[in-house]
Design a protein around this ligand. Structure first.
Ligand code: ZN
Length: 313
């Protein structure tokens, strides 16, 4: 099969307080805020993007912080439960110390697929893991609060908890170009594109999970990366042929997107790598000021007035 899907593009989640979210992901995890914009469907809510220096596909975690109006969600089946980031194995003790210093309760270190990982929740209860990997050549964000040698490199894996796995597995392998690369205790690891950290999806058979409830701290969707508008159209056609109810292409300003629900109910997106985050501000300035799509510019004063102030570290 020709390569239409490279691996992960971004993960988008719901959050509570915007400032708390910024502090956790920039000051503690050391990611860069690469875009400060709004939820295009709800302009009184930020859309905050974190990633490496340029916000490369496979490093981008994004949030809609709804403040106190959104109750907390509940982890469970039919949901992306943990987003894992890659760190060098020599950095494990640095991260254990760092989490302790910031009073973040964590579980582990544990072993999985001969890698070591730590597991914790963000302030809204979203599941985060740090996984050691020595075959990750990415540098992560080296201008942030974490020394370059210990910086988070980008995504490692996303974990999908499913009541039934067969149809999700079939989607990933038959229609989305993934290969089963490992299996351990009901966890099936798939890899796309060139493989390695940032290109893994773990499908967990979790028949006894409670059903997930969406709220603050829940992942809203996961996006897979495709190279161009043409490869996106090819995957769009393929998914339609396979019987999935796929949306038309949506312009998200920094990428073009199509969405559909996988058989277990988790929202999937396929996003183009271009144009990227430098389309409306230089890489050196990413995330410093509020960027709006053109159609919202006439309402900028009103929109800015309704958003909470945030301070970035
Ligand atoms: Zn998305």
């Amino acid at each position: 099969m020709e390569t239409l899907i490279n691996g992960l593009h971004h993960v988008t989640a719901l959050a509570g307080d915007a400032q708390q979210n910024v502090e956790f992901y920039t000051r503690i995890l050391g990611l860069r805020l690469v875009k400060r914009t709004i939820n295009f469907d709800a302009p009184d809510v930020y859309h905050l993007y974190y990633g490496d220096e340029a916000g490369s596909p496979g490093t981008i975690l994004t949030f809609f912080p709804y403040g106190s109006r959104l109750p907390r969600g509940r982890k469970g089946g039919g949901q992306l439960t943990y987003t894992a980031f890659s760190i060098p194995s020599a950095s494990l003790n640095y991260w254990i110390d760092r989490l302790r210093q910031h009073n973040i309760p964590f579980a582990g270190p544990y072993q999985r697929f001969s890698e070591t990982y730590l597991r914790f929740d963000d302030p809204d209860g979203m599941g985060v893991e740090l996984v050691t990997s020595d075959d990750d050549r990415r540098t992560g964000w080296v201008g942030g609060s974490v020394p370059a040698e210990h910086a988070v490199r980008g995504f490692h894996t996303v974990s999908l908890n499913e009541f039934k796995v067969d149809n999700t597995v079939k989607l990933l392998t038959d229609w989305m170009g993934h290969t089963l690369v490992a299996e351990e205790e009901g966890r099936f690891r798939f890899s796309a594109g060139v493989g390695g950290p940032g290109n893994f999806v773990d499908v967990l058979h979790a028949p006894n999970d409670v059903r997930a409830h969406q709220g603050a701290g829940s992942v809203h969707h996961v996006a897979f990366s495709t190279d161009t508008d043409d490869t996106q159209l090819a995957i769009h056609e393929r998914l339609l042929d396979a019987g999935f109810n796929v949306t038309p292409v949506q312009d998200r300003n920094y990428f073009h997107s199509i969405y559909f629900r996988e058989p277990g109910g988790i929202l999937f997106e396929v996003a183009t790598n271009p144009p990227g985050f430098a389309v409306d501000e230089p890489v050196a300035e990413l995330g410093k000021t509020l960027k709006l799509p053109q159609w919202y510019e006439p309402r900028r004063a009103q929109i800015e007035g309704a958003l909470p102030k945030i301070e970035v570290f």
